[in-house]
Structure formats: C-alpha cells, structure tokens
Design a protein around this ligand. Structure first.
Ligand SMILES: Nc1ncnc2c1ncn2[C@@H]1O[C@H](COP(=O)(O)OP(=O)(O)OP(=O)(O)O)[C@@H](O)[C@H]1O
Ligand SMILES: [Mg+2]
Length: 363
C-alpha cells in the first residue's frame, strides 16, 4: 500500500511513529483524541521516546507556537494558522490532524468558487428525486463528517472563500451543531471535533473574515525562520528523507556551507539588507519563503544525481536562483540584478555563483 504513491498522507507515512507515541502516552487525552496534547506536540516537534524510538521533527521553529495551536484545539475555539506563504501552515495543519484524529483527509480547499454545499452538505439528486429529502439522499461535507465522527477538519485557504460562505461556519463553531432544515433535524458535533483553518495574508484575491467569525478562532502566526541555521535545519530535514542514501553520500560540511550561501541570498533579499547590515537592498515582491529554497536545493540535487554523477556544485544551486527569486519580471528583475552586481560580485566566496549567473544571462 505504501508503494508508488508520490506523496503519502502524514498518518500513513508516519504510522510507526504515531503507534510508538500512542504506546508511550501516559498523559490525559481529550475525548476522541488518539494522542494526548503533549504527544501531539512531540509528534510535530520531534523527540526521543523512553523506549528509544526516534520521532522526527516535522515543524522546525518555536515549540511554544505548536503548544498554543494544540491547546486551542482542546477548547471550543477553532485554530487559524496564518502567516506569509510557505511558512508551513498547510504542513502543520496536516500533521496536527493526523496526530489528533488519525485522519488528515477531512479537508476543504477554499477557493473563490467554493459553494455552501462544499462546506455544509449537498444532495445526491437521483435519490432526492426518487425518495424526496431523506437522510440517505444527503451528501455530508468533510465538516459534517468531522462533526459526526468527532474529528479534526481542515479548511485550507479559508479567506479565499467568499465572505458569505465563510460565515456559514459561525453557527457550526459556536453552536457546535448544523441544522438541516430540509430534514427537520440537526447534526451534532461529537467531542474531538474542531477546525484548523489556514490563511495567508499576502495573496491577491483574499476576502477578509468577518469579526464574528474571527472571534471563533484563535490565531497562531507562523513566522519565517529566525536565523540561517534554523532555515538550514528546515531545508535538510525536509530534503534528506527524500534522498536518503544519496544525501548521506553526497552531502558533507562543504555542501552544507554552499546551501547556507543560498539561504543567505534569500534572507538578505527578503530583509532588504545584507546580514552585516551594511548595504540596504531593494526588496523583491515575492515572499522568498523557505519553500522556495527547498525547491532550489531539491532541483540542484536532482541535477547533480542525474547529470553529474552525484557531485553537487555551486553551479547547480545557482542555476535555480533566478527562477525562484524573479517571480514578477517587472518588480523583481531590478532588485535581483542589483543584488548580483552590488553584493555577490564583491564577495569572493560567491564567485562561482556570480560567474554562473552572468553566463546564464549571456546565453
Ligand atoms: N518552519 C518549518 N518547518 C518545517 N517545514 C517548513 C517550515 N517552513 C517551511 N517549511 C516547508 O515549506 C514547505 C511549504 O509549506 P506549506 O505548503 O505548508 O506552506 P504554507 O504556509 O501553507 O504556504 P501557502 O500560504 O503558500 O499555502 C513545506 O514543504 C514545509 O515542510
Ligand atoms: Mg498552504
């Protein structure tokens, strides 16, 4: 079952970790939770259990943020994860749902075209036409299934949904029940039901949440990494399991230093100044998130493995930079060129990057 699937869901991929955490969990568990809040945080942040089982860190950052998120889910408030794109909101939401409910698939993807029936319930029309509005004709949404099963429901990109659709959640979150007027009945939420929504605050086309809805959520803001070291940990934690043996064979301290250079480039452009704070830089419009750095390193590794006998070079890393940084030609090209000429050119350790980028523009 594990074979050939491109991307396994968290509860399948980490099933042995979840089992080990369950076995080593003497702490109090809220109703219908698979693990205690403490063990849920351990699953997300990583730990070593008393029996020696290694739990890999999934989120790299402040433990207190994840504790706050998990604590919220034990209350009657829902959890809203916000922050700029690529700060692991979706990633954290999936792992939390997997650890708490053992199911991360009760998911609604918010879009401008999301209808109320996606959020509440719809109808199976052949049954509806032949038998009228009966329970068997009702098609429950993931929210309704989460309520009836006492599980965590994930709503991705909540603020992409139109305002009036978002507000359909207010009754569910405050009353913890969903009226079904067509059947003259209602669906009640069991313990364990709660909602994790994600929303990024940078994208175009988002709809502000009403203050009534906002009050039903506790907001946790996931930040960009604090330091280059922390960002390097994220990149290695995310990429090394994918390459397993190759990573061990290919990557030594020298390569990690190269990857750090790439992170430095992103960090300086993101912050609009060099790390020594001596040169102010024009900012690019894109977010330059860690996810982009992961993409650059991933590509570089793939090129090295398939086209250079496993030898990763600065050129491999440099070749993904332009595409990752210049997202909008009009607003990003000038700051990027300026960075290359003003900062990179003058740093000896960036020589290979500079030469490669110059060659790329000539070709
Ligand atoms: N602090 C972090 N710890 C672990 N992984 C991280 C961290 N920050 C970013 N990532 C990685 O970055 C990638 C992007 O994360 P994700 O898709 O969850 O971002 P997002 O915040 O949902 O972005 P968007 O707003 O674009 O939907 C994931 O592979 C995730 O593992
Ligand atoms: Mg996301």
């Amino acid at each position: 079952m594990k074979k050939n699937v491109q991307r396994q869901i968290s509860e399948v991929l980490y099933s042995s970790e979840l089992k080990a955490l369950g076995k080593n969990d003497p702490f109090p568990k809220p109703d219908n939770w698979k693990l205690s809040p403490k063990r849920v945080v351990d699953f997300v942040m990583g730990t070593t259990l008393d029996d020696g089982t290694e739990i890999r860190p999934k989120y790299i950052g402040k433990r207190s943020l994840i504790e706050l998120a998990v604590a919220t889910l034990t209350t009657d408030r829902a959890l809203l994860l916000t922050g700029v794109p690529g700060t692991a909101k979706t990633w954290v939401s999936e792992h939390l749902a997997a650890a708490i409910s053992g199911n991360s698939r009760l998911l609604i993807q918010g879009t401008a075209g999301t209808h109320e029936e996606k959020l509440l319930y719809g109808w199976n029309y052949p049954i509806l036409l032949s038998r009228g509005p009966v329970r068997e004709a009702l098609v429950p949404s993931p929210v309704m299934r989460g309520m009836e099963g006492g599980g965590i429901v994930r709503i991705e990109e909540l603020t992409r949904m139109p305002f009036e659709i978002q507000d359909a959640l207010i009754t569910i979150l405050s009353e913890r029940r969903l009226p079904i007027p067509e059947l003259n009945e209602e669906s009640n939420a069991l313990s364990g039901f709660n909602v994790i929504a994600t929303a990024n605050d940078r994208d175009k086309g988002i709809h502000e949440m009403s203050s009534a809805l906002k009050r039903r959520f506790n907001t946790v803001v996931l930040p960009l990494p604090d330091s280059i070291e922390e960002e390097l940990r994220i990149v290695t934690e995310r990429i090394s399991p994918r390459y397993k043996r190759e990573w061990k064979e290919m990557i030594d301290a020298e390569h990690l230093r190269e990857i750090k250079k790439v992170i430095t480039i992103f960090k300086e452009l993101r912050e609009g100044q060099t790390t020594d704070k001596k040169i102010a830089l024009k900012k690019v419009s894109s977010t330059l998130s860690t996810a982009e750095i992961i993409g650059v390193v991933d590509n570089a590794l793939s090129m090295a493995i398939h086209f250079n006998e496993g030898e990763l070079t600065p050129e491999h890393l440099a070749s993904g930079l332009q595409g990752a940084i210049v997202k909008d030609k009009d607003s990003d090209e000038v700051p990027w060129r300026e960075y290359v000429e003003v900062v990179m050119k003058k740093r000896e350790e960036f020589n290979e990057y500079y030469n490669h980028l110059k060659k790329e523009t000539k070709d």
